[in-house]
Design a protein around this ligand. Structure first.
Ligand code: AMP
Length: 418
């Protein structure tokens, strides 16, 4: 990997003048580090694994070269890629409906002046398939899809995948995780062997690394994991069991954040916490997979516009969502996976803004939080909220080192128990 040290411009990266004007309108004055690193490689048609913090401009990093490739494709190429059949040229797979909608929106925005030439369609479940089928008539240049609905549309012949030239897996670690294996394999089996494959994620766990070998050919690997980590401050508060709601309410009132995104681990926990906060004078909306798509969209739009100040969500909101200047993310429940910790807090501190990720941990969370720290190579000072100091009985457990595991009798030396 070569790190560029001098500030560069989109033009220097080889981005076509047809896109530069739009980037200026969007006030993208210079490329972000991930854009600087990956755009030239993608334009050269290489396979690529891109790892960079969430909010670092990954969407434009792959979308701009994709649009450019479409513009540069010869007319006969373009004709075969969509016209005359329901074909698609570039396929972007994402894990959630909201992300499909957001990424498609961004691509449409980048290609706004080229909209007569570049057709982008978002495909996701939870809404009627009819309008998506209609949009896919005559094919598409770029489809941004969640896997389930895409497969439905493929099986009803609304779209054919056998002329895909580029496959992008956004939030790739999630797309390659067990939950998506079957659907992803079905999609991969429909794609031509010869294609460009691009993987993007903030985190790439070991397990995923082995999977990628079969998907990519001599990929360029770009890892910019800690590039702007300093813009995101992380804090952890130890809390007595049963006092998390009170502490949360206190933090929200004291800090007067413009907005807060709070993560819990279960759908019903969202409603439950919203009720408890309401009793403490805080109005919160909820966002989870049991809500209808219309309600999900309304709530997310309300949060993005700033109308909704406190949002309680499950992990469907953890990935990729771009909420402008979100001041704080709070883990009311800790995420099960250490990678999801990074994704959740990464909703704040995006695009170089200062952000804050707070976790509330009680006695039961203590060891799990240590695992999260270890996996993410962080170590945070335990803090307490004034007026909610942890009980003496607990405090020792919070700060004490982990007890060594008992060894089977007769092995090794005896250790003193601490
Ligand atoms: P993403 O990581 O793609 O979700 O992007 C995060 C945010 O950064 C979005 O609001 C983008 O509009 C914004 N962004 C992406 N690239 C640039 C750039 N080069 N200059 C300014 N803002 C950007």
């Amino acid at each position: 990997m070569t790190l560029m040290t001098t500030p560069t411009s989109f033009a220097n990266l080889g981005v076509t003048s047809q896109l530069l004007e739009r980037l200026e309108e969007l006030e993208y004055r210079e490329p972000t580090p991930i854009q600087t690193e990956v755009i030239p490689h993608i334009l050269q048609g290489k396979d690529l694994i891109g790892g960079a913090n969430t909010g670092s401009g990954k969407t434009a990093a792959f979308a701009l070269p994709l649009i450019q490739q479409l513009l540069e494709g010869s007319s006969s190429d373009k004709a075969s890629s969509r016209k005359g059949g329901n074909f698609v040229s570039h396929l972007v797979l994402v894990p959630t409906r909201e992300l499909a909608s957001q990424v498609a929106y961004n691509i449409k925005s980048y290609s706004y002046h080229l909209r007569s030439q570049i057709k982008t369609v978002a495909v996701f479940g939870g809404v009627s398939a009819n309008s998506q089928m209609l949009a896919l008539r005559g094919g598409a240049d770029i489809i941004v899809a969640t896997p389930g609905r895409l497969l439905d549309l493929v099986s009803s012949n609304a779209i054919k995948l056998n002329k895909v030239k580029t496959l992008v897996l956004d939030e790739a670690d999630r797309m390659l995780s067990l939950g998506f294996t079957e659907e992803l394999n079905q999609i991969l089996s429909q794609l031509p062997k010869q294609k460009q494959t691009l993987l993007f994620s903030a985190t790439f766990p070991e397990k995923v690394n082995t999977l990628t070998a079969s998907l990519l050919h001599n990929p360029v690997e770009i890892q910019l994991q800690s590039a702007d980590a300093s813009t995101l401050v992380q804090r952890v508060f130890t809390v007595n069991k049963g006092q998390k709601t009170a502490v949360l309410a206190q933090l929200i009132k004291q800090n007067q954040w413009r907005q807060a995104l709070i993560f819990v681990n279960a759908k019903n926990a969202c409603n439950h916490l919203a009720q408890k906060l309401s009793k403490r004078g805080i109005t919160a909306e909820v966002f989870h997979g049991d809500k209808g798509q219309g309600a999900r969209t309304r709530v997310l739009d309300g949060f993005k516009s700033g109308e909704i100040e406190v949002l309680i969500a499950t992990d469907i909101a953890a990935r990729g969502l771009d909420i402008d200047k979100l001041p704080v993310v709070i883990n009311f429940d800790l995420p099960r996976s250490p990678a999801d910790y990074m994704h959740r807090i990464g909703r704040s501190g995006r695009a170089g803004e200062i952000g804050l990720g707070i976790s509330l941990i009680d006695y039961d969370d203590y060891h799990h939080f240590k695992v999260i720290e270890k996996k993410n190579k962080i170590r945070l000072e335990r803090e307490q909220v004034e007026g909610f100091e942890v009980d003496e009985d607990y405090s020792e457990a919070y700060f004490a080192p982990m007890k060594p595991r008992a060894k089977p009798a007769g092995t090794g030396k005896k250790k003193n128990k601490k």
